[in-house]
Design a protein around this ligand. Sequence first.
Ligand code: NAD
Length: 371
Amino acid sequence: MRVGVPKEIKLQEHRVGLTPEAAREYVAAGHTVLVQTGAGAGIDADDDAYRAAGARIAATADEVFAQSDMIVKVKEPQRGEWSRLREGQILFTYLHLAPDPDQTRGLISSGCTAIAYETVTDRTGALPLLAPMSEVAGRLAIEAAGAALRRHSGGRGLLIGGVPGVPPARIVVIGGGVVGVNAARVAAGLGADIIVLDRSLPRLRYLDDLFGGRVRTRFSTLKAVEDEVLQADAVIGAVLVPGASAPRLVARSTLARMKRGAVLVDVAIDQGGCFETSRPTTHAEPTYEVDGVVHYCVANMPGAVPLTSSYALNNATLPFGLALANRGLRAIVEDPHLAAGLNVHRGRITNRAVAESLAAEYTPVATALAA
Ligand SMILES: NC(=O)c1ccc[n+]([C@@H]2O[C@H](COP(=O)([O-])OP(=O)(O)OC[C@H]3O[C@@H](n4cnc5c(N)ncnc54)[C@H](O)[C@@H]3O)[C@@H](O)[C@H]2O)c1
């Protein structure tokens, strides 16, 4: 199969669909890889690195789209890219179609076969192509908290780990899933005083075992969240209720009673945020202050570290991408987890949640593939 990697054109997006290492795997499996010149610039991989991996370099995006059977990207295709896609072509990337009717219409009219990273599943029902970005965001959340706690950033002027004789920062992590466990891990490494709240008892048991008592756990009730937030130096919002907006767990009225210069890092901002006062920010201006509390609410945190993020993403996408390159649509028929990733096929919406959120017609995957 001819596999194409265009340069990402979304603002501030520096990740790339295939790293040179991943490109080499496709080439070794007998596929042709076509990479747009400069596509790897954001991860310090120049055209020669792709050539050394056996890929060919294309001068333009048009060339990549026109000559490829499968396009591998990171972000959802932008307006100018929809018309370049065509029937019979596979698109493998993050899509997030539910809140994006324009893009959905663009993919429908292209006739392409669009597989969304974020809805591919694994045996446990988890989302393996979302997890790596949650790992990155969880670890970054503590770095963000550390920077925001500094005095010149409006924070309390506190070092996360303290020093001998001076206590460390008290960090409260709300939600002990992938983001939460990674935040707790980095915070523990820095020497913080950490508590993780979750509503899942099995998850709290797992965290208790994992950290061997180094991290305290507490069942997440409204009272528990309030108690902990009032004592916190930094709070990491890491909750997720699948398919729903993030629950609002910290009310504006609570802020006035928090420590001055405390920090709220709302990782769940991409689902609307779990603090009442959260609003999305960018890497250019990541923080703002409400009632003396510093808010960090960057919606695409992994974008800050495209090198780490691209490799983390490729580690997760590679087996699925290779299956698609090796077996084409049969890979979707044979693998229910890839089938869960199919969102649009030849003009039909094949993901129920996407169809429902757009009040559009839903076609089951098997029906769409058989048509
Ligand atoms: N801002 C970014 O750049 C970025 C990057 C990656 C992920 N995220 C977001 O981070 C959030 C967390 O992602 P994840 O992968 O860790 O999800 P996850 O499903 O692994 O974990 C979520 C956890 O929240 C818990 N939870 C649900 N309701 C709760 C409540 N009321 N109190 C406490 N815990 C509660 C769940 O039991 C679960 O353990 C999601 O909204 C995700 O979209 C944001």
